[in-house]
Ligand binder design. Structure first.
Ligand SMILES: [Zn+2]
Ligand SMILES: [Zn+2]
Length: 383
């Protein structure tokens, strides 16, 4: 089995420069079986580019695919009107999800294209379309077994386990921990999976302070499940719209301390379950270091240590790029806290008056031998 991520963002698309490395499209994952079946997990805005890929690959040949929707929130269905293969009568798609108590699967998908929300309704889609209501069950077709289980999310959600050729992947997004039944469900679904894709929208701090009851999880709960269910690889998914690339890098660093075989889902990532290979994003530091210039000016740096206590320290800037800066500190900053950097020079020369004090986010920190002492080398991205 092979999988490819076409959209990894939660809640709403985020096409901004500081998200470009992990990507801004919403949830969509393609799965291919060795027998050539195509499965599509969720239809967020990432689905549009999957459609273009299928057109390029199939040409005049018919496309047939099984679509599994976790639920009907915008970030999981919004790509459907823009999925070109649905407008070709030669193609066929079978959509699977749970019926909500007010709309069945076909109505729930058709409503987003009703007047006045979209210029054509779903009847303009000439492909053969079938709609299947599913609940907690086991479906078998061709060489594939799909198992589903309810997750804890407002208005409901389904998690999916796909088994084929001796391998298993689990797609469990939009799930909030804390309900005993659903906590059991997700662990049962994930048991022994090669790849476990899980909702890690919030940091633990964001979750406990602001986001309880919003229906999402954290990287720490992802680690708990991955360890308890003994999965092979953890893929953190459904990134928060307010978490930029640098922030996601720091979350991944924390996650890997507890579960080393973790990756942060990025748009375009492919995983081959048979060989265990997956494509890697570009080096997280590459964008910052690509155009860096050595420059030595005094700084005043304020931030938080890992234990939550604040620090303020004078340091020297080592180098600077359009995206960020690198310097050495005595303190080891907490990756989840912002770092404020004040340039102690006449800043018209350097960055323009408005940028004298910059809010930044840690990208990476590592210990550096500096004369006879050890310092913390800190790379930050400007926010
Ligand atoms: Zn979502
Ligand atoms: Zn949702």
């Amino acid at each position: 089995m092979k999988m490819r991520f076409w959209g990894v963002r939660g809640s709403t698309p985020t096409p901004t420069l500081d998200n470009y490395r992990y990507g801004g499209n919403t949830s969509c994952v393609e799965v291919r079986t060795p027998g050539g079946e195509i499965l599509i997990l969720d239809c967020g805005t990432g689905l549009r580019m999957l459609g273009k890929q299928l057109l390029a690959e199939f040409g005049q040949r018919a496309v047939q695919a099984y679509v599994f929707l976790s639920h009907f929130h915008w970030d999981h269905i919004q790509g459907i009107p823009f999925f070109e293969p649905l407008y070709n009568p030669e193609n066929s798609f079978s959509f699977h999800s749970f019926p909500s108590h007010i709309r069945d699967v076909e109505e729930a998908l058709g409503d987003q294209m009703s007047n006045p929300y979209f210029p054509v309704d779903m009847t303009a889609m000439r492909a053969q379309r079938k709609f299947h209501k599913i609940a907690q069950e086991v479906l078998s077709f061709q060489d594939v077994v799909v198992k589903t289980i309810p997750l804890n999310h407002p208005q409901g959600c389904l998690g999916y386990r796909i088994e084929c050729g001796g391998h298993a992947l689990v797609y469990a997004t939009d799930n909030e921990p804390g309900s005993a039944e659903h906590d059991r469900n997700v662990r049962k679904l994930a048991e022994g999976a090669d790849v476990f894709v899980y909702d890690a929208q919030y940091t633990p701090l964001e979750y406990v302070s602001l986001k309880k009851g919003w229906g999402h999880s954290t990287w720490r709960e992802a680690v708990n499940i991955a360890q308890e269910a003994r999965v092979g690889q953890l893929v953190l998914f459904h990134h928060d719209p307010d978490h930029n690339d640098g922030f996601l890098d720091s979350v991944l660093g924390e996650t890997q301390k507890f579960f080393p075989n973790s990756v942060m889902a990025w748009e375009g990532m492919g995983i081959d379950l048979a060989s265990g290979e997956h494509t890697h994003p570009r080096d997280p530091a590459e964008r910052r270091t690509g155009s860096r210039q050595p420059i030595h000016v005094p700084l005043r740096v304020q931030g938080m240590r890992a234990d939550g206590t604040p620090f303020e320290e004078e340091a020297v800037l080592e180098n600077l790029s359009l995206g960020g800066a690198y310097f050495l500190l005595e303190n080891d900053p907490n990756p989840e806290s912002p770092i404020e950097v004040e340039f102690m020079v006449s800043t018209e020369m350097l960055l323009g008056q408005a940028l004298r004090t910059l809010k930044t986010q840690l990208v990476r920190s590592h210990s550096v031998k500096f004369h006879n002492t050890t310092k913390c080398g800190v790379a930050v991205m400007f926010r």
